[in-house]
Design a protein around this ligand. Structure first.
Ligand SMILES: Nc1ncnc2c1ncn2[C@@H]1O[C@H](COP(=O)(O)OP(=O)(O)OP(=O)(O)O)[C@@H](O)[C@H]1O
Ligand SMILES: [Mg+2]
Length: 445
């Protein structure tokens, strides 16, 4: 009996199809470990090299020996698929039929003379592109100048400001394809890898996001709030609390921001109520309804922007015992440690999240992004400061309204001094409010 020979057919996973089917100046693939980038690039290039004569340059920042390069991977794929039309040399690979050629180079030590040999390149594959320096890219880009030439990039993001990411992918133009692929997009992903990824996920969501989901490490790890503590607070363990209710109110400043009410009782933050495009009176009415219905001890609100108008209305309605106006920019209670009030409040959120017993937040991905999206720095006096709101906004695409509302619930310590007096055990009605206003105005008359 003769053994039936098994033939391997090259299969390109779906996310990588554009490597073969589309023409783009830049094809930028990024993601975490085991997304299938290296294999798909190698296979696709081997297919292309059999279709027509191409000069293909496999590039990386540093290549001390050919062993550092994707040469080995290409050789393995050629052997597996038995692509006998490819001839393997010591430091290049050629296709005997089409005349295609693969060359392998490190960019760091290339001077302008050497790099000229890349001028005829049809496809340049930059592997491990997170390590490419700005200088290398500036020399390389104009060198790949042949009509119709393409630059293929595979990257596992390292920092937020990886030079090639900033140059090509952060704001891609129409000649650039940017695609993220992770292990869970890779149909060939080995089981062992999936197990490792899950283990990592349980251990640290921050590591998981970087290693397996291809998220960059925040620069110098200067995040104020770590992902782990937020994820931990998303696990529901608390169902009620007798601590006084504190509401943080962040009033929208601009058209696309939201007005957010955050409800917290001690360790238990249980709700966010968000509203878009409410005018001051409508925000004040919503606050009034919450006061009447839920009897908060305090509502802390930002009065730096639009909030000032709402604050005036609420005070005028007789809620001055409950409402406290806060300027984010004003000086901190503990001036020695904090640059301003906002930094102080956010740091209280951070301390609260890390405290034990465990605190709780409603599970909410946008809240997660906001809380973990803010970087800290220190001023010249060594006081904690938050990065500028504009910076956060650029990265997040919006302002961190929910997180600010949560931070506001920490504006001042609130002591449980029994039922608040001002609204007579919650019995106050609109009529009472407006009657008392009328009475007051009568006195004035
Ligand atoms: N076409 C394929 N055929 C068979 N297995 C594949 C194929 N593509 C990927 N794999 C499997 O998936 C694994 C990960 O692929 P690959 O190494 O290309 O990912 P990557 O995105 O380059 O990841 P890394 O960041 O780890 O370099 C490979 O080790 C291999 O086991
Ligand atoms: Mg790889």
């Amino acid at each position: 009996m003769t053994m039936k020979k098994e033939y391997h057919i090259i299969k390109i996973a779906e996310p990588f199809a554009p490597l073969l089917t589309e023409h783009k100046r830049i094809k930028f693939y990024y993601g975490g470990r085991a997304g299938g980038k290296s294999y798909a690039f190698a296979d696709s290039l081997l297919i292309k090299g059999r279709q027509q004569k191409l000069l293909i340059a496999c590039l990386r920042e540093i290549q001390e020996s050919i062993k550092d390069s994707v040469y080995r991977l290409l050789c393995d794929r050629i052997a597996l698929y038995e692509l006998n039309d490819y001839q393997i040399y010591e430091n290049k690979i050629e296709n005997k039929i089409t005349g295609s050629k693969f060359i392998f180079k490190g960019l760091r030590d290339q001077d302008v003379q050497h790099i000229k040999s890349l001028e005829g390149v049809d496809i340049a594959w930059i592997e491990e592109a997170q390590t490419i320096s700005k200088r290398s890219w500036e020399i390389l880009e104009p060198t790949i100048r042949k009509n119709g030439s393409e630059i293929w990039i595979s990257m596992n993001r390292e920092q937020e400001n990886d030079p090639l990411w900033i140059a090509l992918a952060a704001h891609p133009d129409e000649r650039t394809l940017v695609k993220k692929v992770n292990y869970d997009d890779n149909p060939f992903c080995p089981e062992e890898i999936k197990i490792q990824a899950q283990k990592c996920r349980q251990r640290s969501s921050e590591d998981y996001a970087h290693i397996w989901l291809g998220e960059p490490v925040r620069q110098g790890n200067n995040k104020l709030i770590a992902s782990d503590v937020v994820r931990r607070a998303f696990v529901s363990t608390i169902l009620s609390s007798s601590s006084p209710l504190i509401i943080g109110l962040d009033v929208a400043r601009f058209g696309d921001d939201q007005t957010v009410f955050c409800f917290r009782r001690g360790r238990w933050c249980y709700a966010f109520r968000c509203y878009q495009k409410l005018d001051n009176v409508a925000v004040a009415n919503t606050a009034t309804n919450f006061i009447k219905e839920y009897h908060p001890h305090r509502i802390f609100m930002d009065i730096g922007g639009q909030g000032a108008g709402v604050y005036d209305i609420l005070k005028d309605r007789g809620f001055s015992e409950i409402i406290r106006g806060i300027y984010f920019g004003e000086k901190a209670i503990n001036e020695e440690r904090y640059f301003n009030r906002r930094a102080e409040m956010w740091d209280s959120v951070q301390a609260w999240l890390s405290s034990s017993p465990q605190v709780q937040l409603p599970e909410d991905e946008s809240l997660f992004d906001e809380l973990t999206g803010i970087n800290k720095k220190y001023d010249r006096r060594g006081r904690l400061q938050l990065e500028e709101k504009d910076e956060v906004k650029k990265r997040l695409g919006r302002s961190p309204d929910k997180a600010d509302a949560l931070a506001l619930t920490f504006a001042e310590p609130v002591y449980d001094d029994g039922e608040p007096q001002i609204y007579h055990h919650g019995q106050i009605t609109y009529e009472d409010i407006f009657k008392s206003q009328r009475e007051r105005s009568n006195e004035l008359w």
